[in-house]
Write a protein of this length. Structure first.
Length: 248
């Protein structure tokens, strides 16, 4: 059964770093399992953090603008074509990790057959992997417009500020109906000693389920590194991993 983890939050909150940290944790815990990184964020920052400039997206298949590496096989049904096209746009990170970009998604209000056909094809693709990590665009609503699938654990990334806590509460409200009753909580990122008191005040003010706290890693800011790798972030996630609705 596929384990599905969604990471949501405002741009700049540290989503990409956290997605990559989870990827490495899964690789360490389950070295023989397959992982799909599903980039549902319009900035494509996750792909860029691997040095990739991915132009072939699920939106390209939907819009008919994707240029295929090989000729399109003949005598395919529409559903078979979409399955085949999705295979074409998967990019391998390493032996066990792949990444796919969604970019723009269609509205659920669209009654055209392609909406359901893409939903079915994407769901089939997801279920081929042992782990799928979704790097989401703000909340779960945008992902749900592409594929209606149950998420095991949704992490809302917030920073220790009034604005970020307010946004986290909004993301929670927008995402709850798409979380299917499964785990939906907040991870507070970039917390230094000066902000610990502010964090306590925010917890009292907002009704947020805090899953964990990640310390501020000044190296990420100082180097302006595009690879978004942090041992501090990874070790912090390991410290509260047992609280997550994920394989232990």
């Amino acid at each position: 059964m596929t384990v599905k983890l969604a990471v949501t939050g405002k741009g700049g909150s540290g989503k990409t770093t956290i997605v990559k940290a989870f990827m490495h944790i899964f690789e360490e815990m389950y070295p023989d399992k397959s992982i799909l990184l599903f980039d549902n964020d319009l900035t494509s920052e996750l792909a860029h953090s691997f040095g990739l400039d991915i132009r072939n997206t699920i939106y390209g298949i939907r819009s008919g603008k994707h240029e295929y590496k090989t000729g399109i096989p003949e005598d395919m049904s529409k559903s078979e074509f979409i399955d085949w096209a999705l295979e074409e746009i998967i990019v391998s990170i390493n032996e066990n990790v792949d990444i796919i970009e969604s970019w723009f998604v269609g509205s659920k209000d669209c009654r055209c057959p392609i909406t359901k056909q893409i939903n079915d094809a994407v769901e089939k693709l997801i279920n081929r992997y042992d782990f799928v990590i979704f790097d989401c665009e703000f909340d779960l609503k945008y992902l749900n417009q592409l594929v209606d699938i149950e998420i095991d654990s949704t992490v809302i990334v917030a920073n220790p500020s009034e604005e970020s806590a307010h946004l986290a509460q909004r993301i929670k409200e927008f995402s709850e109906k798409h979380a299917a009753g499964n785990q939906l909580g907040v991870v507070v990122n970039k917390v230094d000693n000066k902000k610990m008191s502010m964090l306590s005040e925010l917890l009292r003010k907002y009704e947020l389920d805090i899953l964990g706290v990640i310390p501020y890693d000044e190296n990420l800011e100082e180097t302006h590194s595009v690879d978004k790798e942090s041992e501090i972030v990874k070790n912090a996630i390991k410290s509260f991993y047992s609280r997550l609705n994920l394989p232990q």
